[in-house]
Design a protein around this ligand. Structure first.
Ligand code: HSE
Length: 322
């Protein structure tokens, strides 16, 4: 029996949202696509320049993660035809590795008739990433509140407020999560722990009740951002002043270096905020790309291209990515 090709669309994500270190995530409407099919000989095509250097043999992350699904489901498909295209910048704090993991899990699972449950995919993804924030958002969409205790991840998804917009400033340099976690202390004070749990709790309450004005008070952090600021010149100024330029709240996106502001879609100060972010970074000699995004209500989705449909490269070049 021939197996269908699957096409996966998976959103980028931002993690932490300031105080929710390793526990809050939000999916963003910036996407990666993966085509996957069982074949006779493995071929892995990475479309576009930004994935230069990523392996195209069986050490490729997508291939390896797909094999984990097959192993857990008790099936064998050692040869795969994989193509991937991504609009998500790599190593910038927008969840590119989480999106690849979720895309591979969901694609491989769809290929075998969804033998694993969504919860099983979430558990595998969290074990791989070691925190559930980015993977939860890419899998479920919306805003995800989650923990991982080393054994199991638990999560609740919140619907993002329809008036929430996101402006990100993506610096033109990469910062590995490993490096950005390496600057954090092993121990924190009770005062900082209480600061974060109160702010994170209030942020979740604000986001789930649509109390957008409370975000500016809640989106503050004492656990990771103060330490990571040394790695991103201009970050402290942006964290301190973005709300004076029209942001509802501001945070480092994941492990950085991208800075993320939440904005009321009805604001008339969007241009001012964008200039503020760009110019603050530029004063430190850092070029940054700004992007206006929305929360993605949908997590990973699967479609089944017919035999005669365009392959991923031709489809991407067609320009309509839906
Ligand atoms: N919560 C993680 C961190 C996200 O801030 O290190 C990056 O993977």
């Amino acid at each position: 029996m021939s197996m269908p090709k699957v096409r996966v669309k998976v959103p980028a994500s931002t993690a932490n949202l300031g105080p929710g270190f390793d526990s809050l995530g939000m999916a963003l409407n910036l996407y990666a696509w993966i085509d996957m099919a069982v074949s006779e000989k493995t071929t892995i095509r990475l479309i576009g320049d930004q994935m230069n250097g990523i392996p195209t043999d069986k050490s490729n992350l997508i291939y390896k993660v797909a094999q984990m699904v097959f192993e857990q489901a008790g099936v064998s498909h050692p040869e795969l035809d994989i193509a991937m295209y991504s609009d998500i910048p790599l190593t910038r704090g927008l969840g590119s590795s989480a999106s690849a993991i979720i895309g591979a899990l969901a694609g491989a699972n769809a290929l075998i008739g969804n033998k694993l449950t969504t919860d099983e995919l979430f558990q595998i993804a969290t074990r791989l990433e070691k925190h559930p924030d980015n993977v939860g958002a890419s899998l479920f969409g919306g805003i995800v509140v989650a923990f991982w205790d080393g054994q199991r991840a638990e999560s609740i998804r919140l619907e993002p407020d329809p008036n929430l917009e996101v402006l990100v400033a993506i610096p033109a340099f990469q910062l590995s999560t490993e490096k950005a976690r390496g600057v954090m202390p092993q121990q924190v004070s009770m005062k900082d722990a209480v600061f974060n749990l109160s702010h994170s709790s209030l942020l979740v309450a604000a986001l789930s009740t649509g109390n957008l004005d409370m975000i500016r008070h809640a989106m503050k952090d004492a656990l990771h951002q103060p330490y990571r600021a040394a790695l991103i010149p201009g970050m402290t100024t942006i964290l301190e002043q973005a709300d004076r330029h029209g942001a509802l709240g501001v945070a480092l996106s994941g492990a950085g270096p991208t800075l993320l502001t939440l904005v009321d879609a009805r604001s008339d100060r969007k241009a001012e905020l964008e200039v503020f972010l760009k110019e603050t970074l530029l004063k430190e000699g850092i070029e940054a790309q700004t992007l206006w995004l929305k929360p993605s209500g949908e997590g990973v989705t699967i479609s089944y291209p017919a035999a005669g449909d365009a392959d991923l490269q031709a489809w991407i070049q067609g320009g309509v990515r839906v």
